[in-house]
Design a protein around this ligand. Structure first.
Ligand code: ADP
Length: 144
């Protein structure tokens, strides 16, 4: 049904893939030729005061480090034999997820709903925006 799936993950939050990765693999069925795209976004500081305290090449360095971390994550978590494409982008998390889904032409996005420690809402800010604005089907995976 879904041949290509985009799985956006927050590398600092294992809850963003613990249940979502198995769901993504089941949906894209790599053994049948399905393809998994994994995206992690280095968030934008925008024009905030915080951003002015970082070196100008901070974002470039962060992208590089995150790229390395994502390669390790793929080796540690994605089963051998899966066609998997890692992607690192920079900007607003939800914008990047929506744009990547369009650019890559995926059939569906699979993402965890929110971090479990934030129990007072059911859909995190990025998940909510992706559900509302993505052009693809979005499979929201609850962790609890
Ligand atoms: P929370 O604030 O509880 O983490 P979010 O809406 O930000 O809620 O997170 C839900 C999902 O959004 C994550 O499981 C992941 O799929 C996606 N997401 C969050 N941060 C990132 C990031 N930096 N890169 C890629 N995807 C992210």
């Amino acid at each position: 049904m879904f041949k290509t799936v985009l799985l956006p993950i927050d590398l600092s939050a294992p809850s963003s893939w613990e249940h979502a990765l198995p769901a993504a693999l089941r949906l894209c069925q790599p053994e049948e030729g399905g393809v998994l795209h994994v995206l992690t976004v280095v968030p934008d500081f925008g024009m905030s005061v915080v951003g002015t305290y970082f070196a100008t090449d901070f974002e470039e360095q962060a992208m590089h480090k995150v790229g390395e971390a994502l390669t390790v994550w793929v080796a540690d978590n994605v089963p051998d034999g899966t066609e998997v494409h890692p992607h690192v982008t920079h900007g607003r998390v939800y914008d990047q997820i929506i744009n990547a889904a369009d650019k890559l032409g995926v059939d569906a996005i699979v993402m965890a709903s929110h971090r479990p420690e934030l129990t007072d809402y059911l859909l995190g800010p990025n998940a909510a925006r992706v559900v509302r604005h993505a052009n693809q089907s979005v499979f929201v995976v609850r962790g609890d």
